[in-house]
Write a new protein. Sequence first.
Length: 307
Amino acid sequence: MSKRILMTGGTGFIGSRLVSGWLAEGHEVSVLTRRPQRVIERWGGRVTGVSDLYQLTGPFDWLINLAGEGIADQRWTAARKRELRDSRIGVTGKLAEWAMHTGQRFDVVASGSAIGVYGALAGTAEQQTVDEASRVGQDFAAQLCTDWEAAAQPLYGLSERSLMLRTGVVLGERGGMLGRLWLPFSLGLGGRIGNGEQYLSWIHIDDYIAALNALLVSDAVGVFNMVAPEPVTNTRFTHELAHCLGRPALLPMPAAVVRLLFGEMADLLLKGQRVLPARLLERTFAYHYATLPEALESIRQVWASSR
């Protein structure tokens, strides 16, 4: 049955794929964005783009809240931290205010968060391992995610079901982390970061979309780690990406250089989390790309065919 869907983050790497998929399924989609005309042009007028929630009319069935500036896109200056908070917590707060003021009642609210909520961890694989039952961290990224999740709480009282999506590194062609790494690794300029023992918790974009869509039409509620079942170390990720591209990876970045270049944000790169999708696995979600080599190879094939 067709749904009326309101989305934030609909023009991003993940969001744009979701919007296109929902349109193909016959759903009606509205996107909150700073550039409404771009939304209208991108989808040929089939998507409603608004910069002000009060431009919207009528009730919505699903609210999908994925807005947020890229946390690793820039050095964490005081100004950048404000932008990161405003784009997540500020937008979510405005959604809650609008929804309460206009009497919205949703079938499902799915709100974004990130695995950064567990904090940047170092040490052995066991010391870096967390799942949905693990406690949250204390660093900036963890506090950002904690506050983001708290800002969504009023929305949950307006919905039949609520989903909290703690997303890992999403891998796909021409976007996300691979969008930044593909060229240097293609030129043989890649290498591990620090000691390479920090874990990377990733998910193929197709699996992310499939998992979210499955959760939306199920009876699921609560927190879900949106990651693949096999996290890898930075060393392993570096090796697999270089191998997939047929290039060496001979230029490691020492920890001291990472800290000099990235400041406080360096912990995102030098520490990690071995995040397990315990609740998706409990629901027997079937991953198309459960291992990193098959995920990277599928992306390489799509990327090569789209040149």
